[in-house]
Design a protein around this ligand. Structure first.
Ligand code: HEC
Ligand code: HEC
Length: 374
């Protein structure tokens, strides 16, 4: 089936309405506290938002308070006395998620390095407290550079129902595209966070980031091999409430404000086949331009690291909302040129990339101009 976004298809309308119900109930089910996360009477629309980094419009007043507390923790620089290290990348979440504002992406200098140990993807933190030995990559193990993605709109991504992802990843064979949904074996949901969609929930991601990026052990990561981190501060170094507040902040971030609509460019985007993976609307209000499935982009993208169902060359389709705030593309920031970015799509995206190359230059320009303001 070739998915085409169509406003006039009555079946599609019914499907979206049903999805809205499913999405809301999913959001309620997974709320970690008794506080209702959303107010169902006010739908989030990207058009009503003022600025990048704002909270969603549909939060309850209690959630706004928690999100603000979480934001302060997100930008707080932790000290060694509070548990930072002994191995860490930076002292705050905000060090890597601050472009162009809190919750955003990062520049090259702040990329995280990963390696592969005992068949598992593992962090390779770059800083070490005095008196400890720096971590070295295991000889022969691959090392992969990963840029920190922006976190805007992730609360809406978390609310996308598993059934939707299960049904859409792997079904659409149009133009040689299939895709797969990833499952993290320790978690019960279809995973969708991380560059290889290796984690199911924001909270689990945050627990992991505290531990691996900052060396802050916490109860959510109790099973991690890094839980006992060997410094003088007793483990866990931060309580569950810190993880929860950070997760509430990330989940509260509104998606990037929507650009003006451009039906001609959007039609081209769909006709060429980009929209098969960069799905304009994943669920009601989630205009992320992603299907959140894994796709094999070919050997040029192989980082030699499997992550659950993902092979080395599988990557989660990145959301294109907020593309206008970025000047480097792909998991490793390999290019800052949009034409090049499209040209190097291979594997499952090879046919689509060729179809773009075959367009008349004027149409290519329409598409590129539109992408630059997404
Ligand atoms: C050293 C830089 C660095 C620091 C510090 C850091 N992150 Fe990240 N963050 C990354 C990278 C790199 C990724 C992508 C990792 C991957 O998927 O393998 C990421 C991904 C994420 C994601 C998933 C995004 C998505 O689109 O699925 C979340 C959520 C997140 N970080 C939250 C946090 C929080 C909360 C903190 C603080 C506890 C934090 N990060 C600290 C670099 C960092
Ligand atoms: C088979 C699925 C697929 C198709 C078709 C596809 N893409 Fe992608 N696209 C991806 C994946 C996966 C990545 C991320 C790869 C990585 O991070 O290394 C990506 C990355 C991108 C990026 C960089 C985004 C970022 O945040 O770094 C842009 C821009 C992009 N694609 C645009 C397009 C356009 C335009 C088309 C149509 C000509 C297209 N893509 C077709 C899967 C696809």
């Amino acid at each position: 089936m070739h998915h085409k976004a169509s406003a006039v298809n009555p079946d599609a309308h019914v499907a979206w309405t049903m999805l809205a119900v499913v999405v809301l109930s999913a959001a309620c089910r997974q709320a970690p506290t008794a506080t209702p996360k959303t107010n169902p009477t006010t739908a989030t629309t990207r058009a009503t938002l003022v600025e990048l980094g704002d909270f969603r419009a549909d939060l309850t007043p209690e959630m706004v308070v928690r999100a603000a507390q979480g934001k302060a923790l997100f930008n707080k620089k932790f000290t060694a006395a509070e548990g930072l290290g002994p191995h860490f990348n930076f002292a705050s979440c905000g060090s890597c998620h601050d472009q162009p504002t809190s919750g955003g992406h990062s520049d090259m200098a702040h990329q995280a390095r990963l390696t592969f140990i005992d068949g598992d993807v593992d962090g390779l933190p770059q800083q070490t407290l005095p008196g400890f030995n720096p971590l070295q990559p295991v000889p022969g193990a691959p090392v992969s550079m990963h840029r920190p993605p922006a976190l805007f709109g992730l609360g809406l991504v978390e609310a996308i129902d598993d059934t939707y992802l299960r049904e859409h990843c792997g079904v659409d064979k149009h133009l040689g595209i299939a895709g797969i949904a990833n499952f993290n074996l320790g978690q019960n949901r279809v995973s969708r966070f991380g560059l290889k969609a290796h984690t199911a929930t924001i909270r689990d991601f945050v627990g992991n980031a505290l531990n691996l990026e900052m060396g802050l052990t916490n109860p959510v990561e109790r099973d991690s091999r890094h839980f006992r981190d060997g410094d003088a501060v007793p483990d866990p170094e931060v309580p569950t409430s810190t993880v929860d507040l950070l997760a509430d902040y990330v989940g509260a971030l509104a998606p990037p404000p929507a650009p003006p609509t451009d039906p001609a460019a959007e039609r081209l985007f769909a006709d060429v086949g980009c929209a098969t993976c960069h799905r304009p609307q994943t669920a009601v209000g989630v205009q992320a331009y992603s299907d959140f499935c894994l796709h094999d982009l070919g050997s040029g993208f192989d980082n030699k690291m499997n992550d659950f169902r993902a092979t080395g060359s599988h990557w989660r389709t990145p959301a294109l909302w907020g593309l206008r705030f970025r000047n480097k593309y792909f998991h490793d920031d390999r290019t800052g040129d949009l034409r090049t970015a499209i040209a190097v799509h291979r594997g499952e995206a090879a046919q689509v990339s060729q179809r773009f190359a075959a367009l008349p230059t004027a149409q290519q320009e329409v598409l590129l101009q539109w992408l630059r303001q997404l």
